[in-house]
Design a protein. Structure first.
Length: 137
C-alpha cells in the first residue's frame, strides 16, 4: 500500500483510540498486533493480540487514567515510509494522581491494510508520577 494509505489507516486507529471505539480500532489492527511500551513502569511490556491488548493492557491503563472525558489526542506529525508510520502527538488526560499531559511517539508497522504493531514512546517519569503517584528523587 502507499504511504498515504498507510497514514490513513493509522489516522483511523488514533481517531478510534481517542473516541474509545474498540471495534473501530480492531478493524485496522491485525489479530496478532503487538503493542510495546518500553520501560519499567507497571504498564510497560509487550502485549500481543487483541485479547491481551483489550483485556489486559488497555484496561490496566484505564485504572490510572480518567477516561470519562475521552482521550485528548492532538497529532503533531505523521511520517510514513514503506511499511513504517511514525506519529508524534500530545495527550491531554487526567491521571489518578494529577494532570497527565504527555508527549508520545508511536512507530507503527502497516502491512496489507492492517497495523501489525506499534512501539510507544513517552515520558515514563510522568507515567510514574501522574498515574502511579510515585515520588521521584
Amino acid at each position: 500500500m502507499s504511504a498515504s494509505a498507510n497514514k490513513q489507516i493509522v489516522q483511523t486507529f488514533f481517531d478510534a483510540l481517542a473516541a474509545g471505539d474498540i471495534e473501530k480500532m480492531k478493524s485496522v489492527m491485525a489479530r496478532d498486533f503487538t503493542w510495546t511500551f518500553p520501560g519499567s513502569t507497571a504498564i510497560s511490556g509487550t502485549f500481543r493480540g487483541h485479547e491481551e491488548i483489550f483485556e489486559r493492557f488497555l484496561p490496566k491503563v484505564a485504572e490510572y487514567v480518567d477516561m470519562s472525558a475521552g482521550l485528548g489526542i492532538h497529532i503533531d506529525q505523521v511520517i510514513a515510509e514503506g511499511d513504517t508510520v511514525v506519529v508524534r502527538y500530545r495527550g491531554e488526560m487526567t491521571g489518578k494522581f494529577g494532570p497527565y499531559n504527555n508527549r508520545y511517539c508511536h512507530v507503527l508497522t502497516v502491512r496489507d491494510g492492517l497495523i501489525r504493531g506499534t512501539e510507544e514512546y513517552a515520558d515514563t517519569a510522568l507515567v510514574e508520577t501522574a498515574l502511579f503517584g510515585k515520588k521521584l528523587e
